[in-house]
Design a protein around this ligand. Structure first.
Ligand code: BGC
Length: 777
């Protein structure tokens, strides 16, 4: 062997063993290749040193619990996601972890999706930008990321068998788009294939997905790791391009891989390729740490070898503590503050003034709901309760009343309610913490409704009746039906899940220490029945038909012109912003948008600018508008303006043309909107893009209409069949547009109208011969 990654001399059995784990979280150390430790992810390091499991059941070492993806996404801020990634990377190294299993970038297709709290958005562009920044942050520390769950894993129900049955355009334009962006721009060291099937083929055995697309089209050069337990037929997975089957152990099928090679059903080169990818990952971990010149705890420490770090990993056992824990807790609070969304604020009830008599109501004020259940569940280094943090800012004018119990039925509900209502009446303002209990939202199952518990809505109704100045603070992982809350409370803060420092962040926003700048990464619908996949979720008999196609999230509500409770991108501030001087000019193969944002209110604040595009005269089906770019201003003082500039490259404008199986930038006029949400569009302009010529080959199955729309085919048609064309144009006498009538007749039926086979051949040859006059669609 000449290097750590030249495995040509390694016996087949050992190569096969490199392709599966040694145990639950580590890979095999074989020959020149050291063992690697992989661990969840994504919003904290779940390092298990005792009992191991992949469902978050057993404990793990204390680590910082940052806002889960549902919260982080509401910041809309890739810069923040990158900083979180860097912090996670530092903790992973401190805990001896080489690969952190995240980010989860599946699209939130349906608000009932049980794992939506672990995913970013209903929009692929926002998901891709945040996921890429997170990966860059983690990997800058010498820890690999694992982009998951590849692909189309958008529900928990039957997740290990169900087939996501998706047409090519939504598959490419919605479900694969963020994966593609992240693989190409952030180059994750590993990608985790999902449990489900895609159009009938299991992701773990899907050669098109794992090899042709991921490596061939996107240039992925890392390790494809299975989700834990996703591999059923290991030789078939190896043949498809899966490098590492996890977890390891006797059931991982190394022997079956060897037997398949020996019996000639699996090419040995595929086994070597998988083992080599694992060896290269180990090399990558080593090289990046040597380059960084930093040990596990950060800058300045001596470089370590993977062998040393693995040894350290096995003895790691104290979790994240000391200065690192303190620094990261502060970061977690700063990040969480940027993830809070101010949904409404009638009469400018917020921010609160310290000194007012405040009744804090709701059990979530003392038992915060800050993360979801399952494999991502982190043992936090500490947890800030909102009540304590509010008291720290507001002093002794704050009283607390649980109002309900997190687990229903644990106490006398009406007594708790009465006590809270009377406190609300006596106070000057009520702050009511409502939400969904942790056991209601977890990996492994979906929700079947979007409702807050009835007793919480009853409580809010009674409180709001007595206290007009009522603020609601929400904690939940998946979207809720918020109509009742919106009608009852003048001010609503959406905390979703904010991680261990969320309590402090909420206090900061309530009292205006932080001016909220969070924006919804998901639409809040009026009713579950309005949602795009309502009739196709979670599927039946292990098939999920993605019948809504491209129309997911706001794409659906806008196309159907449906009212929503709060639109995608919505979020208020304690100040106001004006948008002006919108312009767009061509740049590269896309365009650059510029606009001026001015703080027109009275408090400093930052604005999240959203750029949407649409193609009003498109030749293909398209949503009314889609998110094409975002920018976040700095913290602007009142009266101050910032000129922001947003690049919209071709890749974010192109659609997937199924007839030629390629991305195409359609020529024509693109409308550009700048908005504060998908339904608060403040300025618009148009730009013309030359786009790309589309030549769809004319075949005998093409219709006359398609042939006539193609200049070469049309010329050939009229030259060869001038007479026939003249007849076709003679529909006036019948009072019909003859061409429209016959447009759908395929060329292969022209024999019926007297066309000889050789004439048809000549037509097809002329139509498909390349020349200078290629047409644009
Ligand atoms: C989850 C993955 C996770 C893995 C390891 C699986 O059940 O789907 O997201 O990384 O377990 O815990």
């Amino acid at each position: 062997m000449t290097s750590r990654t030249d495995l040509s001399d390694l016996p087949l059995a050992e190569q096969a063993a490199l392709g599966s784990g040694a145990d639950f979280w580590t890979t095999e150390a074989i020959g020149p290749v050291p063992a690697l430790t992989l661990t969840d992810g994504p919003h904290g390091v779940r390092r298990q040193t005792g009992t191991t499991d992949h469902l978050g059941l057993a404990g793990s070492e204390p680590a910082t619990c940052f806002p889960p993806a549902v919260g982080l996404a509401n910041s809309w801020d890739p810069g923040l996601a990158r900083r979180v990634g860097e912090a996670l990377g530092r903790e992973a190294r401190a805990l001896g972890v080489d690969v952190l299993l995240g980010p989860g970038v599946n699209i939130k297709r349906d608000p009932r999706g049980g794992r939506n709290f672990e995913y970013y958005s209903e929009d692929p562009l926002l998901t891709g930008r945040l996921g890429a920044a997170w990966v860059e942050g983690v990997q800058s520390t010498g820890v690999g990321a694992s982009l998951k769950h590849f692909a189309a894993n958008n529900a928990e129900h039957d997740r290990m068998r169900a087939s996501s049955d998706i047409d090519p355009r939504p598959l490419r334009e919605i479900y694969l788009r963020a994966f593609s962006h992240i693989v190409r721009t952030a180059r994750p060291w590993t990608v985790m294939c999902s449990y489900n099937r895609i159009n009938g083929v299991s992701a773990a055995q899907n050669r098109w997905l794992l090899t042709d697309l991921l490596r061939g089209e996107w240039g992925f050069d890392g390790v494809v790791v299975s989700d834990w337990g996703a591999v059923v037929d290991r030789p078939a997975s190896v043949a498809a391009g899966l490098d590492l089957a996890m977890p390891g152990g006797p059931g991982a099928g190394d022997d079956r891989v060897v037997a398949a090679v020996e019996s000639g059903t699996l090419d040995e080169a595929e086994v070597t390729a998988a083992a080599t990818n694992v060896a290269r990952l180990a090399e990558r971990v080593h090289a990046s740490r040597t380059r960084a010149g930093a040990g596990p705890s950060g800058a300045g420490a001596a470089a370590t070898t993977p062998e040393q770090e693995s040894a350290g990993a096995r003895s790691a056992g104290s979790g994240v503590s000391g200065e690192l824990a303190e620094t990261h807790h502060r970061l977690a609070r700063e990040v969480a503050g940027r993830c809070v969304v101010l949904l409404q604020n009638d009469r400018d009830l917020l921010p609160l003034t310290p000194g007012r008599r405040i009744a804090v109501i709701g059990a979530f004020a003392t038992e915060p709901r800050y993360q979801g259940g399952g494999s991502s569940h982190v043992t936090a280094t500490r947890v800030d309760a909102p009540l304590d943090m509010i008291r720290a800012l507001a002093g002794d004018t704050v009283s607390y009343h649980p109002g309900f119990t997190v687990a229903p039925g644990e106490a006398d509900a009406s007594a708790l309610r009465e006590e809270a209502v009377s406190a609300a009446r006596d106070a000057e303002v009520a702050v009511v913490f409502l939400g969904v209990a942790a056991d209601q939202e977890s990996e492994g199952f979906d929700r079947d409704h979007l409702e807050l518990p009835a007793e919480q809505v009853d409580l809010l109704t009674a409180v709001a009746r007595e206290q007009p100045d009522t603020v609601v603070v929400l904690a939940h992982g998946g979207v809720l039906r918020l109509d009742p809350v919106a009608r009852l409370a003048p001010s609503v803060l959406d905390g979703t899940l904010l991680g261990q420092a969320g309590g402090g962040a909420l206090a900061d926003v309530l009292f205006g220490v932080v001016n909220p700048s969070g924006r919804l990464a998901e639409t809040v619908p009026v009713r579950l029945q309005d949602t795009p996949a309502y009739l196709n979720f979670p599927g039946e008999n292990s098939h999920v038909r993605y019948g809504e196609g491209l129309y997911i999230g706001y794409r659906w509500y806008d196309a159907r012109n449906l009212d929503v409770c709060y639109p995608f991108g919505h979020g208020l501030s304690y100040t106001t912003f004006g948008y002006s001087e919108l312009s767009a000019e061509p740049a590269g193969d896309g365009f650059t948008v510029r606009l001026t944002v001015t703080n027109t209110g009275t408090r400093p604040g930052r604005e999240v600018v959203q750029i949407y595009t649409g193609v009003p005269d498109s030749m293909v089906q398209r949503p009314v508008r889609v998110l094409a770019g975002t920018a976040i201003t700095g913290e602007l003082a009142p009266g101050v303006s910032e000129r922001v500039s947003i690049d919209v490259p071709r890749d974010d404008l192109a659609y997937w043309e199924t007839r030629i199986e390629q991305w195409v930038l359609e020529p024509g006029t693109y409308r550009i909107w700048a908005g504060a949400s998908s339904r608060d569009l403040r300025a618009e302009t148009d730009i013309h893009l030359v786009g790309e010529a589309l030549r769809v080959p004319i075949t005998i199955d093409s219709t006359l209409g398609e042939a006539m729309a193609d200049p070469r085919a049309a010329a050939a048609l009229s030259a060869v069949f001038g007479e026939m064309a003249a007849t076709m144009g003679g529909g006036d006498a019948l009072g019909v547009d003859m061409m429209r009538m016959i447009a759908s007749i395929p060329l292969n039926r022209l024999a019926l109208f007297g066309m000889a086979p050789e004439q048809l051949d000549a037509l097809l040859t002329a139509a498909n011969t390349d020349g200078p006059d290629s047409r644009s669609k």
